[in-house]
Design a protein around this ligand. Structure first.
Ligand SMILES: NC(=O)C1=CN([C@@H]2O[C@H](COP(=O)(O)OP(=O)(O)OC[C@H]3O[C@@H](n4cnc5c(N)ncnc54)[C@H](OP(=O)(O)O)[C@@H]3O)[C@@H](O)[C@H]2O)C=CC1
Ligand SMILES: O=C(CO)COP(=O)(O)O
Length: 328
């Protein structure tokens, strides 16, 4: 099976580890030629999940995206959404023609406030039935440790979702497929915003009791948002929705929670970004969701709280007090 992975960060590295359990030929694109040389020579990704062994017989790193896309069947996008258009700037729709595109990204395109899959469909004319997402509660760090994890592939095309789920299934990863692309993708975006809020309120002194109430309210907020955007019957208690919210809100590995916690403890947004060598998608997504929902009459107190603090420099303690009043 020929697969191209786009992105050189932690999640790309984890996905490569998972896929390398099977019989695959992976072309791995990243932007930095020094990183490529390091992997070719030492078989590890220097900057992210550096303990993971990269098998040279299965994985070939590239900096030329056109070459990395040549003669491939599946493409996995694993660059933070805000940098996706930059990462793909050297290619056009012809390079994606006839290929299946799976987004592992849990963010939105800031320039257009679009989901990654909508942006790919519109910009590169990839048909919806050739597009899917990788979702589910799964931190790259736990994949590196081979801790058993669960991934859900969502696509309007269940055949494609099942095919990719089969490729990912291995001795430490269970997989399943769902047809609810929008519900899964928006929930994954929203849970990052909630994790930021969990971090901020924890940094401000909120305890486990408060967080439990916030996460319960967050699930209802996610439900309202998803219902407004794409109303249909769905079970949001499934692990691709609720499970991902829980792991991101509570895990020590969550970038979004860590970022929020720094802000809650008094770091500026800039300082928190500099301190982390990884990307908290929720930072970009909260602005997209806030702007996207402006015209809707929908109650989104946790999104508003996070947006006001991260983008309007609102006073932390006052926002926290206001949020306390709004949660039940
Ligand atoms: N980490 C995780 O556990 C999970 C992450 N995800 C999602 O995966 C996506 C990727 O996140 P993750 O791997 O964690 O991110 P990381 O912060 O680990 O890595 C970011 C990667 O993006 C690259 N990058 C930054 N700017 C650009 C650019 N302009 N062009 C090309 N590449 C660029 C960085 O390259 P460089 O090193 O050269 O700066 C780096 O390889 C996100 O949407 C995230 O939500 C989903 C599930 C789990
Ligand atoms: O999506 C994730 C876990 O499922 C990763 O979340 P963070 O980006 O907050 O680490």
């Amino acid at each position: 099976m020929k697969i191209t992975i786009i992105g050189g960060g932690s999640w790309a590295t984890a996905i490569i580890k998972i896929l390398s359990e099977g019989n695959v030929h992976i072309k791995w694109w990243m932007r930095n030629s020094e990183d490529v040389e390091y992997i070719k020579k030492l078989h590890h990704n220097k900057n992210y999940l550096s303990s993971v062994e990269i098998h040279p017989s299965k994985v070939k790193p590239y900096t030329n995206l056109k070459e990395a896309l040549r003669d491939t069947e599946w493409i996995v996008l694993a660059v933070p959404a805000a940098f996706l258009s930059d990462a793909l700037k050297s290619i056009n729709k012809n390079h994606l023609q006839g290929k299946k595109v799976i987004s592992a990204i849990k963010g939105m395109i800031p320039a257009t406030n679009q989901l990654v899959t909508d942006w790919i469909e519109q910009t590169y004319e990839v048909p919806a039935h050739d597009i899917g997402v990788i979702a589910g509660p799964c931190h790259a760090e736990e994949v590196a440790l081979e801790k058993h994890s669960y991934l859900t592939i969502a696509s309007p095309n269940l055949v494609l979702a099942n095919d990719f789920a089969n490729l990912l299934r291995c001795r430490f990863v269970s997989t399943s497929a769902l047809a609810d692309l929008y519900g899964v993708e928006y929930s994954a975006v929203m849970k990052n915003i909630v994790a930021l809020a969990c971090g901020i309120t924890h940094g401000l002194g909120g305890g486990d009791n408060f967080q439990a109430v916030m996460v319960s309210n967050a699930m209802q907020e996610i439900c309202r948002v998803v219902d407004v955007i794409d109303p249909m019957k769905r079970d949001l208690s499934a692990s691709a929705y609720l499970g991902d919210l829980l792991v991101t809100a509570y895990s020590q590995f969550s970038r979004n929670r860590t970022f929020g916690n720094m802000v809650g403890r008094g770091y500026s947004v800039k300082a928190a970004q500099l301190e982390m060598n990884m990307v908290a998608e929720g930072y970009y997504a909260v602005k997209c969701i806030y702007e996207m929902l402006k015209g809707y009459e929908i109650d989104i107190p946790i999104t508003n709280f996070t947006y006001q603090i991260l983008y309007q420099n609102a006073p932390l303690k006052k926002e926290f007090e206001d949020l306390k009043e709004k949660l039940k």
